[in-house]
Design a protein around this ligand. Structure first.
Ligand code: ADP
Ligand code: MG
Length: 277
């Protein structure tokens, strides 16, 4: 029965075989505990290739914990434990035969408070993660990488004449963009951002939002935000987390961002996105 299809020659692949393309991150039935306190209950979410997925919900509902689980960062907390799976393009990032640095290398993270190495130069901050990720680069390659990462982070024009100045001398918004540049240097396939603009002024926030729109063409982005306007501006998909009194955090509703804001399916989502709690 396969005679017809076997006579059709395969289409030539236009894709660069070295370029893995945009990644899909999938969390399956994630439950999480700190000691015996359960903080997440069976969270399942697909973060689609090249999209920005926004995680929204009140404080304490487990958004940061979930984000950290997506790149095994929660393992830094000794009391943390986990059930469920995280798949990067179908590959289990918790596979015990794989190195932790591999998961971290492919899945970068930016935090609420910008945390560049303050005494280190802007240039060295950008390439600070290379060694740990096992990436070797000569001087010219590093120069190119620094320029491209700072450009992608929307910072190049502001710092190109002072790459040797310390990262700590930049404004808060610039420091955050430096952290974005640093996370991009190892060519992550997913970028996790935990309230990246909460500590920033509106102008820096706008620059970072513009940057994200470009970045999502090459990296799948997940952002936690308390700013409902920001969620609508930057994301295509949205997940609403809630921890109702005494229960662990869970997803109440998720899907297309515009639909979730214009016609939420759950009364609790409606109340939250309209600022009722
Ligand atoms: P969100 O980011 O949505 O505000 P978190 O993920 O930070 O929520 O917190 C979820 C729950 O987990 C909260 O009850 C919080 O107190 C608890 N929690 C977070 N981090 C830790 C930790 N390192 N040790 C113990 N409990 C924690
Ligand atoms: Mg948080």
């Amino acid at each position: 029965p396969s005679s017809v299809s076997s006579s059709v020659p395969p289409l030539p692949s236009l894709a660069d075989p070295a370029d893995p393309g945009l990644a899909e991150l999938h969390a399956e039935n994630i439950s999480a505990w700190f000691g015996d306190h359960q903080v997440l209950d069976r969270v399942t979410l697909t973060m689609r290739p090249g999209q920005v997925t926004a995680l929204i919900g009140p404080s304490g509902c487990g958004k940061s914990t979930f984000l950290r689980i997506l790149n095994r960062m929660h393992e830094l907390v000794p009391s943390a434990s986990l059930a469920g799976e995280v798949l990067l393009d179908g590959q289990d990032i918790y596979d015990p035969t794989k190195k932790l640095t591999d998961a971290r290398k492919h899945i970068g993270m930016v935090f609420q408070k910008p945390n560049p190495f303050p005494a280190m130069s802007i240039y060295d901050n950008v390439i600070a993660g290379l060694k740990l990720a096992g990436i070797r680069a000569d001087r010219d390659t590093k120069d190119e990488l620094v320029q491209s990462c700072l450009s992608k982070a929307g910072l190049w024009n502001e710092v190109k004449d002072r790459l040797r100045a310390p990262g700590g001398g930049l404004s808060g918004g610039q420091q955050q963009r430096l952290c974005i540049a640093r996370s991009l240097a190892v060519k992550p396939r997913v970028l996790l951002m935990d309230e990246p603009c909460s500590a920033l002024d509106p102008t820096s926030t706008r620059v970072i939002e513009e940057t994200m729109a470009e970045l999502q063409k090459e990296v799948t982005i997940v952002i936690v935000t308390h700013n409902m306007q920001q969620a609508q501006r930057v994301s295509q998909e949205c997940a609403f987390f809630l921890a109702a009194r005494g229960t662990p955090g869970a997803i109440v509703e998720h899907g297309d961002t515009e639909a979730m804001f214009s016609e939420p399916q759950d009364q609790r989502t409606y109340d939250y996105v309209n600022g009722r709690f």
